[in-house]
Ligand binder design. Structure first.
Ligand code: NAP
Length: 331
């Protein structure tokens, strides 16, 4: 709990820093304390320094299909590269055909490019249609794409953009593809959340402020979208009870990728705690390794189940988010 309370006091600093226009909250870059969480849950031999290649070493994923959103950059590209190298057929999504094709052609193994623009629900439907048309059970559905801390409020469908891109677009994609996930031997949905979910508003999801009309604080909005990723995984897991499917969320680490491109200035390298191969490890582990196969509804960090914020375990909040999201994606 020391880690959590430390983080929550850090959260106040974050918000102040955000208000003052500081570019990157230090507390987010604090090292994750590998305190043991969930003693009843299976734990693997991997940790903070493990790479995606290490956590998948020796796995034969041939015959399996993985969907990786945001495959053209950072953690998504490394995830696609490593899963394909282990034999999985990876369906890699990117915002344009050219980006998707270029990324998929850069990896050894089988990778199929598909266009997905998460801020456009028609594009999400078209992406789901294209994936369904391949007629393959989906063993791993890794919702990795995301944007962070847009300096100014931007609206899509009248809603704050990070909430739409990071949460709603993925909510729609996953719910559209669940039937294909259910046809896999043991389909896994993996939501790439963030430890930044601790920066969500005090109410978790401020449903009266999804349009930013009450306030807009870039890091708080990012935190809300990442909390939404975790709440969605938790609620999905409850709805999957009695099936072979699982759903989990995770924090990948703090890694130098293109994610910080909206911040407006370079981030001091001392803030990063992992390389890209290490950053892609937790999602590859949760998606593909046999040890976490029975685990569902959990939040992972450093390749093991970890303590999330209290809000992420709020079942009423998760259920409400689900029903609100269902309505919003009908727009
Ligand atoms: N890096 C970190 O320290 C860190 C920490 C915690 C959590 N995460 C999470 O890890 C995930 C991967 O981030 P990353 O660090 O690898 O960042 P990245 O290099 O910026 O990659 C993000 C990916 O998401 C795609 N994307 C952005 N907006 C999209 C949209 N509207 N529709 C569809 N795809 C979109 C990007 O496409 P374009 O290249 O075309 O923009 C890119 O492929 C994110 O969900 C992020 O929140 C990262």
């Amino acid at each position: 709990m020391a880690e959590i309370s430390g983080f929550q006091s850090g959260r106040r600093l974050f918000l102040q820093a955000a208000v003052l226009g500081a570019a990157f909250p230090r507390a987010w870059a604090e090292a994750t304390d590998a305190a043991v969480y969930g003693s009843g849950l299976p734990r693997g031999p991997f940790g903070r320094e493990s790479t995606a290649e290490e956590v998948t070493a020796g796995l034969d994923l041939s015959g399996m299909t993985a969907v990786v959103t945001g495959c053209n950059s950072g953690l998504g590209y490394e995830t696609m590269r490593v899963l394909a190298s282990r034999g999985a057929h990876v369906i890699g999504t990117a915002r344009t055909e050219e980006k998707a094709r270029q990324a998929c052609s850069g990896v050894a193994g089988q990778a199929t490019p598909v266009v997905l623009e998460l801020s456009d629900f028609q594009s999400v439907h078209a992406c789901a249609d294209a994936i369904e048309a391949l007629d393959r059970p989906i063993d791993m559905l890794i919702c990795n794409a995301g944007i962070m801390a847009l300096p100014e409020l931007q609206l899509v469908y009248g809603l704050e953009r990070q909430f739409v891109v990071n949460h709603l677009g993925h909510f729609l994609l996953v719910t559209r593809l669940l039937e294909s996930v259910s046809r896999a031997k043991q389909g896994r949905v993996v939501m790439v959340s963030s430890r930044a979910h601790f920066m969500a508003p005090d109410s978790g999801i401020d449903f009266d402020n999804l349009d930013g009309a009450v306030s807009y604080i870039p890091w708080e909005a990012y935190g809300r979208s990442k909390l939404a990723n975790g709440l969605f995984a938790a609620e999905l897991s409850r709805r999957m009870a009695g099936t072979r499917m699982t759903a989990n969320s995770l924090h990948p680490g703090v890694i130098k990728t293109n994610l910080a491109r909206h911040l407006g200035r370079e981030i001091d390298d001392s803030r990063f705690d992992k390389t890209i191969p290490q950053g892609a490890a937790t999602q590859c582990y949760v998606a593909a390794h046999p040890i976490p196969a029975p685990i569902s509804g959990e939040y992972f960090s450093d390749c093991n189940p970890a303590q999330a914020s209290d809000l992420m375990y709020d079942e009423a909040l998760a259920a409400r988010l689900w029903s609100v999201s269902e309505e919003l994606v009908k727009r």
